[in-house]
Design a protein around this ligand. Structure first.
Ligand SMILES: Nc1ncnc2c1ncn2[C@@H]1O[C@H](COP(=O)(O)OP(=O)(O)OP(=O)(O)O)[C@@H](O)[C@H]1O
Ligand SMILES: [Mg+2]
Length: 437
């Protein structure tokens, strides 16, 4: 028998009921009804709780995922040269935070490339923020080599040396001074695999944060040129895919001829749109009572407002479906909830901005107005600052404002001197607030 107290604790714990990620199902079926009363929930939860107590499995449902096959086919065509718009020099995909970049790479683009006979290699430069990006890339290549040499091998760290394409390679030395260079490692991988290779680097802009990271990017470029321009015979092609959640930082890899991928351009990652929202709402509605269905148009309006972020939409819908208003309030408040969520984020920006002095504010505003080409010290920009502030400013005043903004974590400066807003979500906020020209 479960006591009322345990019961309540359990209710707390299991508050997030299907169809959200922690949704549960077991012997007693799916746990979710949009037309519940609290009593009904308690009953359902009691059963589920009893079920776990008895030790029988309660399986979490898999969360909803929308396939983006069309986008994957389009990008794969371009990467493989089967399209008039080729990305043979590299595909640079930029998209805001939490909009589904990594999911797209792993669940759509990479499987599509694999189906076309391409060996795909994935590395995430944010996987370990403390590690040098160059080491993360080297480690990924080491793992790939170990696997190619022995497909049953699980961990690269236990493998000392491998023989690939007839050459003995000491894995620990890959990417280290005196060892196999990253470029040569990729060439060997291509030779051993005997098929084209696609290297997918997630959060690639992070490579710019260390000198070795930048060197690693030059090495990838060298490998690309060697493999695609026939400098080494018998080597399949190399495709490079880079993503970044910070467009301006990603641009840092290709902005001018001192950068490794000069000549390539950044493509905006397509945002999830109507197709996603319709499919998600249809999936969600299947869980809800027929009298309480979510309206797809309203959900889409909320999704747009929340910056096309699946998690935020989910949060808005979940809070409403499980909140005190219950399901009856669902239709009325999706958009209201979305507004509230966005306002919470914007209130933080408001606070941050409110604490700045006039010069710092003018610098931020001008930076957003100028966009990626922001040049703080040219005469035209100094004049623009003067207009905003109603007085003349010197370069050193601007220099210290930039340093202070950097110190506060509001702006970022690349190793090569370009500036960008650290949190790009601040841009629509600044614009909505009325950016003076
Ligand atoms: N196609 C999709 N269908 C359903 N949910 C998705 C889809 N793509 C992304 N999501 C959800 O959106 C959230 C963010 O996805 P993901 O991590 O892929 O985004 P990201 O842009 O790589 O984020 P970050 O900026 O943190 O790297 C995750 O909760 C994910 O499950
Ligand atoms: Mg990601």
């Amino acid at each position: 028998m479960i006591s009322a107290q345990t019961h309540d604790a359990c209710l707390q714990e299991r508050r997030l009921i299907s169809p959200f990620p922690v949704s549960l199902s077991g012997e007693y079926g799916k746990v979710f009804s949009n037309s519940y009363s609290w009593g009904e929930i308690r009953n359902t939860v009691k059963y589920i709780y009893a079920d776990t107590l008895l030790g029988s499995p309660v399986m979490p449902h898999t969360a909803f995922t929308f396939s983006r096959t069309e986008d994957a086919v389009r990008f794969a065509d371009a990467l493989m040269g089967a399209s008039p718009f080729s990305f043979r020099s590299g595909l640079f995909l930029a998209g805001p935070r939490r909009t589904g970049k990594s999911t797209f790479l792993r669940q759509d683009l990479m499987p599509e490339l694999q189906a076309r006979g391409v060996l795909t290699i994935y590395t995430d430069l944010w996987a370990d923020r403390g590690a040098d990006p160059a080491d993360l890339i080297a480690e990924t290549l080491r793992k790939t080599m170990a696997k190619l040499a022995n497909p049953l091998q699980k961990a690269a760290s236990t493998v000392g040396a491998v023989k690939l394409a007839g050459v003995e390679i000491t894995l620990a030395d890959v990417g280290q001074t005196g060892g196999l260079t990253l470029a040569d490692a990729l060439i060997r991988i291509g030779q051993a695999a005997g098929k084209p290779v696609a290297l997918v680097v997630d959060e690639a802009q992070h490579a710019l944060s260390t000198p070795r990271g930048i060197d690693a990017m030059f090495a990838l470029k060298a490998a690309r040129d060697a493999m695609n321009q026939g400098e080494v015979s018998q080597v399949p092609a190399l495709m490079l895919v880079f993503t970044g959640s910070h467009r301006d930082k990603l641009v840092g890899l290709l902005r001018n001829n001192r950068q490794p991928f000069f000549g390539a351009s950044v493509t905006d990652m397509p945002l999830l749109g109507r197709g996603y929202v319709s499919a998600y709402v249809e999936w969600l509605n299947a869980w809800l009572a027929s009298t309480n269905q979510i309206d797809s148009d309203e959900a889409y309006a909320a999704f747009e407002l929340l910056g096309h972020r699946p998690e935020r939409l989910e949060e808005a819908l979940r809070d409403i479906a499980l909140g005190p208003g219950g399901a009856a309030a669902l239709g009325d408040t999706v958009l209201g909830k979305a507004h509230a969520l966005r306002d919470r984020v914007w209130a933080d920006y408001d606070n941050d901005f409110g604490e700045l002095n006039k010069t710092q504010k003018a610098v931020l505003e001008e930076m957003v107005a100028q966009g990626t080409g922001f040049q703080p010290f040219v005469v035209a920009t100094l004049n623009a600052f003067a207009r905003r502030l109603g007085r003349k400013v010197t370069k050193s005043t601007i220099q210290s404002a930039l340093a202070e903004l950097k110190e506060k974590g509001l702006i970022w400066q690349s190793g090569r001197g370009q500036y960008a807003l650290e949190d790009q979500g601040m841009i629509p906020w600044l614009k909505a607030r009325g950016l003076r020209p």
